[in-house]
Design a protein around this ligand. Structure first.
Ligand code: F0G
Length: 460
């Protein structure tokens, strides 16, 4: 085609109004929320980039599928459609539905870990880390060095550092590592992809030491698309073929269908091993529900069955990754430091780089996310020392990076929304010297970012 403009590969059938607020209204809302964007009312947000999780727009095919939801308690048709869709991509035998990704994590870790165990990963996401620590085990992040430097160029910044993985196994002993995980794409590290070459290398290490290998597969389709674009030898393969190859290397996966399942709720745990599947199913029945619904309605299972297929559509993946990159290009052109190249689902602003006048103990990324809301009604999320600074033993250790993530809900915003976002970011960059740090006045012992309360340094 001679045309360069990338359009949203859908037309809009239903609309939901979003509401402008005044700066004064936002100032009051922010104060009321203790300077924690999680505690805002969503109606006070204009463009909501808090997360890409469960916030996507469903397709007409998904809504049609939902009408066929079979709400039988056991053995419903919807479960078998869901199971077939997940199995078709993963080729994993046991597909266990859960209400979302963290339930799959809790069931997997509850069945495999004991206190003192170590779980290596490229970078654990917050709930994954918290579920590991909850059972007294340790979550170790072993992403390659380039993955910890926002500006470093590498096509697969989510890759695992194979030497560090080997060194970890030598240090703690394979018997204390019940499984190795890889997060695709690597959310906490900038939504960066993992190459098939790296997945194969991790598989080889696991085989040498007899260790099971699992994917945190939330964004498997975006990862597959990056492999197609960037890994030699994959340009002519479809995202579906690449995804299958990724899953062929692992013993199981946890999945949040709120991401590349294109659904508003749901997830699953997929396993090869019969014995482990039996154990996990027992835990599932105890806390989630029977094995053919796992805490979901039949219609949710239908939405996921259709969504898993739609997530692998190439036009969609092209539009999605390009929208993120388009915003990234605008921010970079204005000198705003971001993780580059851009990842699949979000832009990550390097707040330490952008706001050098705010020391890490005053949470620069948190402060920046508040400023983006105050000035433009944009909600983002901090991925920095508020999210990760508190250690299980209570110590404060600053996070490796202070990032503000602008996560794109799937199929929700158009190019003019993205142009507006760029304007807001550029404006905040112009007045960045006025952005002040924050002080945490209350924080829960675990996953504190959801509920912590803050004050502005120097008063409001
Ligand atoms: N793993 C990764 C890599 C994630 O990004 C998430 C969720 C989960 C596991 C847990 O899944 O929410 O369905 O229980 N991430 C969301 C986010 C919340 O905003 O990135 P869940």
């Amino acid at each position: 085609m001679p045309f360069k403009t990338i359009i949203e590969p859908f037309r809009i059938k239903t609309v939901e109004p979003i509401r402008h607020t005044t700066r004064e209204e936002r100032e009051a809302a922010l104060k009321e929320a203790g300077y924690n964007l999680f505690l805002l009312k969503a109606e006070d947000v204009l463009i909501d980039l808090l997360t890409d999780s469960g916030t996507g727009a469903m397709s007409s095919a998904q809504w049609a599928g939902m009408m066929q939801g079979d709400e039988s308690y056991a053995g419903g048709k919807s479960f078998y459609r869901f199971e077939a869709a997940a199995r078709e991509i993963t080729h994993l035998k046991h597909i266990i539905p859960t209400h979302q990704g963290r339930a799959a994590e809790r069931i997997l870790f509850g069945s495999t870990l004991k206190p003192g165990d170590i779980v290596p990963n490229n970078t654990h996401f917050d709930t994954t880390r918290a579920n590991i620590e909850y059972v007294g085990a340790e979550a170790r992040d072993l992403v390659i060095a380039e993955g910890r430097v926002p500006s470093s160029l590498h096509p697969f910044k989510g890759n695992m550092d194979i030497d560090r993985l080997e060194a970890t196994i030598a240090e703690v002993g394979a018997q204390n590592i019940p499984l190795v995980m890889m997060t695709v794409t690597n959310n906490s590290g900038g939504g960066q992809p993992v190459s098939l070459e790296n997945l194969r290398a991790v598989r080889a290490v696991c085989d040498r030491h007899g260790l099971p290998f699992f994917l945190d597969a939330c964004r498997f389709a975006e990862n597959a698309y990056f492999i197609k674009l960037r890994e030699p030898g994959y340009a002519d393969k479809t995202p579906r073929e690449i995804a299958r190859e990724m899953f062929s290397l692992v013993d199981g996966c946890t999945m949040s269908a709120k991401k590349d399942g294109m659904a508003n709720i749901g997830g699953f745990l997929a396993l090869r091993d019969e014995g482990l599947a039996g154990q996990c199913k027992n835990l599932l029945i105890l806390t989630e529900g029977f094995v053919t619904y796992g805490g979901l309605a039949g219609y949710d299972l239908e939405a996921i069955a259709v969504g898993l297929k739609e997530a692998l559509d190439e036009d969609y993946l092209h539009y999605r990754t390009r929208s993120v990159e388009y915003l990234g290009e605008k921010l970079r052109a204005a000198g705003i430091p971001i993780i580059w190249p851009t990842g699949g689902h979000a832009i990550y602003i390097d707040a330490k780089g952008m706001l050098p006048h705010i020391p890490q103990r005053e949470y620069p990324a948190w402060a920046l996310s508040c400023a983006l809301y105050l000035e433009g009604g944009v909600r983002s999320v901090e991925i920095g020392s508020v999210m990760f600074g508190r250690q299980p033993d209570g110590r404060e250790v600053p996070a490796a990076m202070e990032l503000v993530r602008l996560a794109f809900p799937r199929r929700v915003y158009t190019q003019s929304h993205v142009d507006y976002l760029a304007e807001v970011c550029l404006y905040v960059n112009e007045i960045k010297d006025q952005v002040r740090g924050v002080k945490m006045v209350w924080g829960a012992p675990a996953l504190r970012h959801f509920t912590a309360r803050f004050e502005m340094v120097g008063g409001s």
